[in-house]
Design a protein. Structure first.
Length: 328
């Protein structure tokens, strides 16, 4: 191992330029840790929120929660992994934007075969685990259930629509602009609404003959949340798991009662994979569906680690499609 490695740090919250690339000594892995030479790093919207200060974080802070690479060293007591293994990890402590990193062994998953590249694994893991809990832990999906997925051309969205279709759901998707429709329809989704062309509430009601959908996967926030409530069927579930357009206004209980005794939840992946057993279950299910070809991972854009600021600017500007990664 070389004596130093580069990583991204944020010392003061701010615009993408607030990220600094620094070079620091590489510590040996502590007991129970795995030291990984990283090849690809997932870039997720939550990273932009931490960097900007929208989500509070103790400063200075690293960024990023998932990456893939090769095991370079093992701390005392680590079993089941070996130096040279190809692995990925999801660790709820920001710091994945780096050339190398030591993480607890219980958060590390060996990649299933040589066919899965580090780039695909990094692009899939955080987003795929999000899609896993959304599709399997919110409410059972029955064949023929109709669901609405916002931002369906995004990293989470493209995986989620495939997972839901695999479970038998009829998926209605929205995308930000008409030019993103093709990415969604390539996965067999018939109903794809471009938000810059159509009113999605009207279209959902037309498609469902006025019944609405059983689940709304709401990840836009202030721009769409109130209208998303109008898409839910009686006893429908509205899952608010993202808010890039701004956080939603307080939800009135009387309103969700009057709209059909709706259920509203705001989940976070941190809770659904807090137990390492759940992390392994979710990652195992994800990698299995990828291996079978049921889910295809689209890495839409890749940037060198040193250009993390450009990746953030493109992500916040909605200039991306599919998963975004940094490479080392």
């Amino acid at each position: 191992m070389s004596a130093t490695a580069k990583r991204i740090v944020v010392e003061q919250a701010g615009p993408p330029e607030a990220m600094r690339l620094v070079e620091e000594p590489v510590p040996s892995p502590a007991a129970g840790e795995v030291f990984i030479r990283q090849q690809a790093i997932g870039v997720d919207f939550i990273d932009t929120q931490l960097r900007s200060g929208l989500l509070p974080a103790a400063l200075p802070t690293g960024l990023g929660f998932s990456a893939a690479g090769t095991v370079a060293a093992l701390g005392e007591g680590v079993t089941g992994l070996a130096v040279g293994d190809r692995v990925a990890y999801h660790y709820p402590v920001a710091g994945a934007y780096a050339e190398a990193r030591a993480v607890p062994a219980e958060r590390v998953i060996r990649l299933p075969d040589q066919d899965m590249s580090a780039e695909a694994a990094a692009g899939a893991l955080f987003r795929g685990l999000t899609a896993w809990y959304l599709a399997t832990r919110m409410r059972p999906i029955a064949k023929g259930d109709t669901v609405l997925v916002h931002a369906a051309a995004g990293g989470v969205g493209l995986i989620l629509i495939q997972w839901l279709a695999h479970l038998g759901a009829e998926v209605i998707a929205t995308v930000g602009s008409a030019d993103k429709r093709a990415a969604v329809k390539a996965h067999g989704i018939t109903h794809c609404i471009a938000l810059d062309e159509e009113d999605f509430v009207t279209r959902v009601q037309e498609i469902t003959a006025g019944k609405g959908v059983s689940i709304v996967y709401e990840c836009i926030g202030k721009e769409t949340f109130e209208r998303s409530l109008g898409c839910a069927a009686r006893f429908g579930l509205v899952v608010s798991f993202g808010w890039p357009s701004g956080d939603i206004d307080p939800v009135k209980l009387a309103d969700i009662r009057n709209r059909g005794s709706l259920f509203v939840t705001r989940p976070t992946i941190a809770h659904y994979v807090a137990d390492p057993a759940d992390l392994r279950e979710g990652a195992g299910a994800l990698f299995d569906l990828i291996a079978k070809g049921t889910i295809k991972v689209t890495v839409g854009q890749s940037y060198p680690l040193a250009e993390a600021a450009r990746a953030h600017a493109d992500l916040a500007g909605r200039r991306t499609s599919g998963s975004t990664i940094l490479t080392v």
